[in-house]
Design a protein around this ligand. Structure first.
Ligand code: F6P
Length: 370
């Protein structure tokens, strides 16, 4: 058996842990030959790859980034280096020349969509869901998310002590694209006073009201804001527009927008921190190492069983697989009946929207991973 491996999209903690798990399981359990493509689908398009031996994937479990490199614009159906040309037939030709039995692709929703399209052309693909954003559908978790939440939580904890010393309003902007998972989890874990999510458009007057009430009690305020949060009736804050048909905007800047809007409404000084790519770097948490190892070993088993056009997934605390078709071209947002939202509301956290109220029905139940 000969299997190719690639990592696509933005990097995230735990990619190397999956590369290690898939490769070791294929080599040890199935005597497979494993090769790694460089820089995601770009390596398949440009024919850049190298063999991955057992020793190549030893000692990388704890390393951040990806030893294979990655790329978030190398789409074979719309190749940016050739004016958006469809080079998928060339990719299939190379796949056949290499006599590959399958490819394991580790990536986010964009990578999973490409994988599903490649399966239509005859490629045998198994996907593994990664992203700090936790926004891939059909899985309760993506690896990388837990690490990003830990980093964001620690950052807010640190903002707490400096904010408290100066009685300031401290705003932390997290990543997450169009979903608020990182801000919600880190916001609740750090006891933030206000959490702003893409799923709940905010009302600046309501945020100001919360801050003023705290000012009156000589209390500082911590605001966790997801980069995809937007005001009621307003737009997303865009950092830059890029020439990428799949993802034409880079989000960022809402933390400063909230600060500017709050300034005339408050007496307190306000400071914004944009956490940025720190959330994506460095060693994965123990949870992400476990999840990555479980995902990787399962992906290897799917390959060995000939089950393709599938993505490994975590559902109800079990590792399983789902159809890539169900994952392609969609993303997952925080449900408004989330237990975390209900629990946060119960302890007095504001979501910057006076219409959001605690519903006791949403409290309790099984521990919500998603
Ligand atoms: O999807 C992961 C992510 O880190 C998002 O949270 C963020 O919006 C985006 O990637 C940043 O992309 P880039 O690394 O291209 O700036």
């Amino acid at each position: 058996m000969k299997v190719g491996l690639l990592t696509g999209g933005g990097d995230c903690p735990g990619l190397n842990a999956v590369i290690r798990a898939v490769s070791k399981a294929l080599i040890l359990q199935h005597g497979a030959e494993v090769i790694g493509f460089k820089d995601g689908f770009q390596g398949l398009i440009e024919r850049r790859y190298s063999k991955l031996d057992y020793r190549d994937v030893s000692g990388i479990l704890t390393q951040g980034g990806t030893i294979l490199g990655t790329h978030n614009r190398a789409n074979p159906f719309d190749y940016y280096k050739r004016d958006g040309a469809d080079v998928s037939d060339e990719v299939m030709e190379f796949y056949r020349d290499l006599e590959l039995d399958a490819i394991v692709a580790i990536g986010g929703d964009g990578t999973m969509s490409i994988c599903h399209e490649m399966t239509q052309k005859g490629m045998n693909v198994v996907g593994v869901p990664k992203t700090i954003d936790n926004d891939v559908v059909c899985t309760d978790r993506t690896f990388g998310f837990d690490t990003a939440v830990s980093i964001a939580t620690e950052a807010i904890d640190r903002l707490h002590t400096t904010g408290e010393s100066h009685d300031r309003v401290m705003i932390l902007e997290t990543m997450g694209r169009y979903s608020g998972w990182i801000a919600l989890h880190a916001g609740v874990a750090s006891g933030s006073d206000v959490i702003l999510l893409p799923e709940i458009p905010y009302d600046i007057e309501e945020i100001a009201r919360v801050c003023r009430e705290r000012e009156d009690r000589q209390e500082f305020t911590i605001i966790a804001v997801a980069e995809g949060a937007r005001p009621k009736g307003g737009d997303l804050t865009v950092r830059e527009r890029v020439d990428d048909p799949d993802d034409a905007v880079r989000l960022g800047g809402v933390g400063n927008a909230v600060r500017e809007a709050l300034k005339p409404r408050l007496d307190s000084e306000i400071r914004t921190t944009v956490l940025g790519h720190i959330q994506r770097g460095g060693t994965p948490t123990a949870f992400d190492r476990l999840l990555a190892t479980n995902f990787g070993a399962y992906a290897a088993a799917l390959v060995a069983q000939g089950e393709f056009d599938r993505m490994v997934a975590l559902q109800d605390n079990s590792i399983t697989s789902v159809s890539l078709e169900d994952v392609a071209n969609t993303h997952r947002q925080v449900p408004l009946d989330s237990m975390h939202i209900a629990s946060a509301l119960a302890v007095g956290t504001s979501f910057g929207n006076p219409d959001v109220h605690m519903d006791v029905e949403h409290l309790g139940g099984s521990v919500e991973l998603g």
